[in-house]
Design a protein around this ligand. Structure first.
Ligand code: CYC
Length: 161
């Protein structure tokens, strides 16, 4: 996993140079937004269960997907879907804190599309659920932190597309 600090310091170290200009600016922006990021992570972790249930209600609950023949039926698959959404939320929150998406590539997206395809987990409804999660999260954390979370939830969408 990388974060903004290592992604700025590592290349400078390779060249044996101090940080300057653009690199210091990137770090300054990251530190300036630190309080917003930590506050959002606190809000998300304290309401994660309700974020997930509202997300499912908005995107998946009232379609055929939860009925016999749908991929969220029976309860075992329904539970697997909720669990996957909690993974997405938790890892997007880590990425938002680090301001770096590499943790999503390494721990969530690596091989996920193939796994979904071999199990018949439909991609389109999964993406709709992540889109709904963006709205629900923004309602909880506000516009500024919501935009940050959008970046990483969008990264999940791109990784599944
Ligand atoms: C299954 N989701 C799986 C599986 C994996 C993941 C590996 C197969 C093994 C299992 O059932 O546990 C995903 N595992 C992960 C991820 C990580 C991991 C992301 C990283 C931390 O370790 N079905 C739908 C919905 C969608 C859904 C649209 C929810 C958004 O229709 C999800 N995922 C879903 C379902 C299964 C699944 C239903 C079970 C499929 C089956 O066994 O038939």
């Amino acid at each position: 996993m990388q974060d903004t600090i290592t992604s700025v310091i590592n290349p400078a170290d390779e060249k044996g140079q101090y940080l300057e200009g653009e690199a210091l600016n990137t770090l300054k922006k990251y530190f300036d937004s630190g309080t917003v990021r930590v506050k959002a992570a606190t809000q998300i972790s304290s309401s994660a269960a309700s974020i997930i249930s509202e997300t499912v209600e908005k995107s998946l609950l009232y379609g055929d997907i939860t009925l016999p023949g749908g991929n969220m039926y029976p309860t075992r698959r329904y539970a697997a879907c909720l669990r996957d959404l909690t993974y997405f939320l938790r890892y997007a929150t880590y990425a938002m804190l680090a301001a770096d998406s590499s943790i999503l590539d390494e721990r969530v997206l690596n091989g996920l599309k193939d796994t979904y395809s071999s199990l018949g987990v439909p991609i389109e409804p999964t993406i709709q659920a992540v889109q709904a999660m963006k709205e629900v999260v923004t309602q909880r954390v506000g516009t500024e932190a919501g935009q940050e979370m959008d970046t990483y939830l969008d990264h999940i969408v791109s990784g599944l597309s």
